[in-house]
Design a protein around this ligand. Structure first.
Ligand code: ADP
Ligand code: MG
Length: 663
C-alpha cells in the first residue's frame, strides 16, 4: 500500500473519522449514494428530484425570517421553459447575475416551481450519475475527501491485488478487487456499482468463512469431554416440581440438550428464543443434569444485574436440593470472592453464576462440565476467548434472544446445533406500544396515573445518566418524577455507576414492590424479570436500536397483566418515525431483527451491534444470504488447497484469534 500524504489538518479531520492511514481511507465506505438522472420537463412529477441547467432571467430577491433564516427567489430559463426557483438559507446566491449559466438540483413543486437543494456553476453533465455520500460529520469537505480518495486510488492501482483467486471471482462475474474498490468510491454507473458491492461482500464473507471453517476443526475433539451420566428420573421429578408446566418447546429443547450432555461428543448448542420464551429454566435443567453427573456448571451473564437475578433464581429453585451455588462478579468483596474461588477449586460449589469474571485467570474449576452463556451475543471477543480456553472438556450452551434461521446460525456461529423456542409461556399476554411524538410524559400522564393506580410498577428508561445536549438524562428525570409524584409513589434510580450493593438494594426493593417507579438506563435491557412491572416509558426512543427497544420492552408484561410501553421522541424525521413504528406494529423479535438488518444501508452499522449477529462492513447476512452461502462453499474449497494460496494462509494465521465467535 502506498501511503499518501495528508496535511496536518487533514490528518486530524480523518483521525476523527477513525481513519489513520491510506488503507483505512480506502475502506471508509459511503453510507449511501445519490443518484441523479436527467428527465425532460414534461416527465416531471410533483415532489420528485429534478435537475436542470439554464440561465438566470430575474434578479434574485431575498427575504429573511425568524432572524437568521433566509429565502431567495429567482427565475431561470431552460429549454424554452421558465421556472421559479426558491432556495433556503443560501444568502450568497443573491449575487447571481442575470444571464448567468447555472445548474439547479431540487424538488419539483408543480406549476414550474422548484425548491432548490443545490445551485451550481458546474455543467449538468458533471453532476449527473451516481455519487457516493460519506458520513464526514463536517470534519472535512466532500471535495477534499474525494480528492484524497482519488489520490489513494490512483497511487495504489498497482499495489492492491486480489485476495481471492481469480478463478473464484470469475465464476460469478465479480470484478478484480481493485476495480471493485474503485467502483465503490467512484461508480461509473449502477450496474458497475452493484457488481462492485457484490464483489466486496463476497470478499468479506470469504474472509469470515475462512476463519470460521479453519477454526472449526480444532474445536470439537471427538471424545475429549467428561461424559455425563445421570438418572433422568430425577430430572423428570425436578421438572414436575417446578411452579409451572414447561411449554412443548421448552420440553423439546430440554430433550435435545439432555441427549447432547449424555453423548461422548462435546455439545455446542445455541438455544434461541425471543425474549420471554423461558430459556432460563431450560438452562437450569441442564445445570442440574450436570450436577447430577458429578460435574460443575457455570452460567455466564453479560451484566451484574442479570447475574444476581440468575443467582437469586437458582437459589430459589434449588432451595430444597442440597446443591451449593456460588456467584462471581467484579465488584464483589475480596473475601467473598476468595470463598467462591475455593469452593470452585475444591469442587464443593457445583453451580456458579457470574459475569465474565467467571473465566478470569485465577478462577480454577474442579470439574467443569457445562458452560452456559446467557445473551450470548453481548459478550466481547476476549471474554469468549477466555471462556473457550477454560472449556476444553465442557459442553457449551449459548442462549440468544435473536432468533435466526438454522442455516444462517451454523454459517455464522460455526458447526453448532440449534434449539429454538418459539412458544411464549403466557401466550395471551398483550403488550400495547404507543409512539408519543414528544419527549415528555405529559401527553400520557392520565394513562400512566390510571395504570399506577391499578398497582402496576413502571420503568422509565433514559439513554444517559448525566446531562447531555441531545437527550434527557436519568438524573434529571428522576428528580422531576420524584417531585411530581412526591409522596404518592416511590421513585428510585438505577444505573451502571451505582456500586454493586446499591444496585442490588434497588433491584431488590423494586422486585419487592417497594419502589413503584424505577428510573434507569439500559442496565435493565437484558433479562431482568419483575412480574409486576407492566409500564415502561422510553425517553429519546430514537436513540436506541430496534433490537434494543425490543429487548427493553421485553421487561414488561411478564406476569399475567397486560404491558404498556411508550416510546417518546422529539424527532420528526420520517425514517426515524418509521423505525419506531416497526416496534409499535410488531412484537415478534424475529421480524424486528429482520427489519433491523434491512434498514441498514452499506457501511451503516448503527443499531446493528444490538442485533447480536456478527458485523460485516457491507454484507448483510439476511439480504445477502446467497452471497454468504456462496462464500462459505468457496472458502471450504480454498481451504482444501490452501497451500496454493499463501495470501489466504497468511490471513488465517494473523487473524486466527480475532473477533469471530469461537465455539
Ligand atoms: P427469556 O427467554 O427471555 O430469558 P425467561 O427465562 O426470563 O425468558 O422467562 C420469562 C418468564 O417466564 C420468567 O418469569 C419465567 O419464570 C417464566 N416462565 C418460564 N417458563 C414458563 C412456563 N413454562 N410457564 C410459565 N411461566 C414460565
Ligand atoms: Mg433471558
Amino acid at each position: 500500500m502506498k501511503e499518501i500524504r495528508f496535511t496536518p489538518k487533514q490528518k486530524e479531520a480523518l483521525a476523527s473519522l477513525g481513519i489513520a492511514d491510506t488503507e483505512q481511507l480506502l475502506h471508509y465506505y459511503p453510507y449511501r449514494y445519490e443518484k441523479l438522472n436527467y428527465l425532460p420537463y414534461r416527465q416531471w412529477q410533483i415532489d420528485s428530484q429534478v435537475i436542470i441547467s439554464g440561465r438566470v432571467i430575474s434578479r434574485p430577491k431575498i427575504s429573511y425570517f425568524q432572524g437568521r433564516h433566509s429565502v431567495i427567489y429567482f427565475q431561470m430559463e431552460s429549454e424554452d421553459n421558465e421556472f421559479r426557483i426558491s432556495v433556503f438559507n443560501r444568502p450568497w446566491l443573491k449575487n447571481l447575475k442575470l444571464e448567468q449559466q447555472i445548474t439547479v438540483i431540487g424538488r419539483y413543486e408543480g406549476s414550474g416551481k422548484i425548491l432548490a437543494l443545490q445551485v451550481s456553476n458546474q455543467p449538468m453533465e458533471e453532476l449527473l450519475g451516481i455519487h457516493p455520500v460519506y458520513s464526514l460529520k463536517d470534519k472535512i469537505t466532500e471535495k477534499t475527501f474525494n480528492k484524497l480518495m482519488n489520490q489513494a486510488l490512483v497511487e495504489n492501482a498497482e499495489e492492491i491485488s486480489d485476495f481471492v483467486d481469480e478463478k473464484y471471482y470469475g465464476k460469478y462475474g465479480y470484478l478484480p478487487y481493485y476495480q471493485a474498490l474503485k467502483q465503490l468510491h467512484q461508480p461509473s454507473n449502477e450496474t458497475m456499482l452493484a457488481k462492485a458491492l457484490d464483489t466486496l461482500k463476497y470478499d468479506e464473507f470469504v474472509r469470515f468463512n475462512l476463519l470460521m471453517l479453519s477454526r472449526r476443526k480444532d474445536n470439537f475433539p471427538e471424545d475429549d469431554k467428561y461424559q455425563k451420566l445421570f438418572n433422568t428420573d430425577e430430572v423428570a421429578r425436578f421438572i414436575k416440581n417446578l411452579p409451572f408446566k414447561l411449554t412443548d418447546d421448552q420440553i423439546q429443547a430440554t430433550r435435545e440438550i439432555t441427549i447432547d450432555l449424555m453423548a461422548a461428543r462435546q455439545m455446542s448448542r445455541l438455544l434461541q428464543g425471543d425474549v420471554g420464551t423461558g430459556k432460563t429454566i431450560v438452562s437450569f435443567i441442564a445445570m442440574y443434569e450436570t450436577v447430577l453427573a458429578g460435574q460443575q456448571a457455570a452460567l455466564m451473564a453479560p451484566t451484574e444485574i442479570l447475574t444476581r437475578q440468575h443467582y437469586h433464581n437458582l437459589c430459589n429453585i434449588f432451595a430444597n436440593y442440597s446443591i451449593k451455588i456460588g456467584v462471581l462478579y467484579s465488584s464483589q468483596s475480596a473475601a467473598e470472592r476468595a470463598e467462591v474461588l475455593n469452593g470452585l477449586a475444591d469442587g464443593s460449589i457445583q453451580m456458579v453464576v457470574g459475569t465474565h469474571s467467571l473465566f478470569q485467570q485465577d478462577v480454577e474449576y474442579h470439574r467443569l462440565g457445562l458452560i452456559i452463556t446467557d445473551e450470548q451475543h453481548r459478550f466481547g471477543v476476549k471474554q469468549r476467548a477466555a471462556l473457550a480456553a477454560k472449556g476444553n472438556y465442557c459442553d457449551i450452551l449459548m442462549m440468544s434472544a435473536t432468533p435466526i434461521p438454522r442455516t444462517l446460525a451454523t454459517t455464522l456461529y460455526g458447526d453448532i446445533d440449534v434449539s429454538t423456542i418459539t412458544e411464549t409461556p403466557n401466550k395471551d399476554k398483550v403488550i400495547h406500544t404507543k409512539l408519543v411524538k414528544k419527549n415528555s410524559f405529559i401527553p400520557i400522564l392520565d394513562e400512566i396515573e390510571e395504570k399506577l393506580a391499578q398497582g402496576n410498577q413502571m420503568y422509565v428508561v433514559c439513554p444517559s445518566i448525566e446531562k447531555s445536549e441531545t437527550s434527557r438524562n436519568a438524573n434529571e428525570i428522576y428528580l422531576n418524577l420524584k417531585k411530581y409524584f412526591s409522596n404518592r409513589y416511590s421513585v428510585d434510580l438505577l444505573h451502571g455507576q451505582l456500586s454493586a450493593e446499591q444496585k442490588t438494594e434497588v433491584e431488590q426493593r423494586f422486585k419487592n414492590g417497594e419502589i413503584d417507579i424505577l428510573v434507569c438506563t439500559t442496565v435493565v435491557e437484558v433479562g431482568v424479570d419483575v412480574k409486576n412491572a407492566n409500564i415502561m416509558i422510553i425517553y429519546n426512543a430514537n436513540r436506541f436500536g430496534l433490537s434494543q427497544l425490543h429487548q427493553l420492552r421485553g421487561r414488561i408484561g411478564r406476569g399475567d397483566r397486560e404491558g404498556y410501553c411508550y416510546l417518546l421522541t422529539d424527532s420528526d424525521d420520517e425514517e426515524t418515525l418509521a423505525k419506531l413504528q416497526v416496534i409499535v406494529d410488531n412484537t415478534d423479535g424475529f421480524k424486528i431483527s429482520y427489519y433491523d438488518l434491512q434498514m441498514r444501508g452499506p457501511g451503516d452499522i448503527m443499531g446493528f451491534k444490538q442485533s447480536g449477529l456478527p458485523q460485516f462492513e457491507l454484507g448483510n447476512v439476511i439480504d445477502d444470504n446467497d452471497i454468504l452461502i456462496r462464500a462459505k462453499q468457496d472458502a471450504a474449497m480454498m481451504l482444501k488447497e490452501i497451500s496454493r494460496y499463501p495470501k489466504l494462509l497468511e490471513y488465517i494465521e494473523t487473524n486466527r484469534d480475532n473477533n469471530i465467535i469461537r465455539f
